[in-house]
Design a protein around this ligand. Structure first.
Ligand code: GSH
Length: 279
């Protein structure tokens, strides 16, 4: 985190004006952001959140801000390889963030760690009794859309970003495949939202899982005007105060382009691909 030199350490409730060192968008230097320190930096936070400001990371800050749980962000700078730190791998063996450690689990026992954003959302919803209905039918509605996001919307849109934006070679077959699949998934969500306010009943972890993946719709080759129900939902979720706070928290860590050339080597050059000897 880069904070203006000479400033005291941030405290809960502080509003900071931050100079973002290093342009986020090439050609737009000198950006600043206003960030409200919510529960980050609290020494005895209930939840440690291992985080970087990406769609899967935003899901969890959205939940924590909605529920008002005390949390401390432990930045995992994936563009600099922090996901391979042995201590992080103990709680997140897939070398991906987000992950959490809950220091006050419901059973009163030792801290519990959770990785995978869908599992984290479910864990936090069960812990707090919020954003996941208790009744069989309501819960099943939410869980199927949460799994739909985890198995479809996230991975497919991630491949869209990869081939459309980051791949060194622009492969028309791969770009068409993932942009078309993105459009299909947007249509599924748009139809789903035609006759309801949120994805599954009241505002839930299914909405929190989907929303951050719709934020980069332009880079995914999509125009939200083509999906009017999705657009209405998107604007409603974007306007929620907790969503605003979650994205402001992320701005603190967006001190440079996350996927610069060094990051590309780390993110797209992972070499743990050979079977161990004897397999
Ligand atoms: N299915 C995982 C995906 C997590 C994931 O892909 N995280 C990315 C950032 S959005 C990451 O940590 N990448 C680091 C890497 O590729 O090494 C989840 O939903 O938690």
């Amino acid at each position: 985190m880069q904070i203006e030199p000479g400033r005291p350490a941030p405290h809960i409730g502080d509003t900071l004006r931050l100079a973002l060192l290093g342009p986020v968008v090439p050609g737009r230097p000198g950006r600043t952001a206003t960030a409200v320190i919510t529960r980050q930096g609290k020494a005895d936070a209930m939840i440690d959140l291992y985080y970087w400001p990406t769609p899967n990371g935003h899901k969890i800050t959205m939940f924590l801000e909605e529920a008002g749980l005390p949390y401390e962000i432990k930045p995992i700078d994936i563009g600099r390889g922090a996901q391979f730190d042995p201590d992080f791998l103990k709680i997140a063996p897939n070398n991906r963030m987000p992950a959490i450690v809950d220091h006050e689990p419901a059973d009163g026992g030792e801290p519990i760690s959770v990785f995978e954003s869908g599992a984290i959302l479910q864990y936090l919803a069960e812990k707090t009794g919020q954003f996941l209905p208790a009744d069989l039918r309501g819960r099943t509605e939410v869980m199927q859309w949460l799994f739909w996001q985890m198995g479809g919307l996230g991975p497919m849109l991630g491949q869209n970003h990869h081939f459309k934006v980051y791949a060194p070679e622009k492969l028309p077959y791969a770009i068409d495949r993932y942009v078309n699949e993105t459009t299909r998934l947007y249509n599924v969500l748009n139809r789903r939202l035609a006759d309801r306010e949120f994805v599954a009943g009241a505002y839930s972890i299914a909405d929190m899982a989907c929303y951050p993946w719709i934020v980069p719709h332009e880079r995914q080759g999509q125009n939200l005007d083509d999906f009017p129900h999705l657009k209405r939902w998107f604007e409603a979720v974007r306007a929620r105060p907790a969503t605003v706070r979650a994205y402001e928290a992320g701005e603190l860590y967006r001190t440079r382009d996350t996927v610069d050339e060094e990051a590309k080597k780390i993110l797209f050059g992972q070499t743990d691909t050979a079977a161990p000897a004897g397999d």
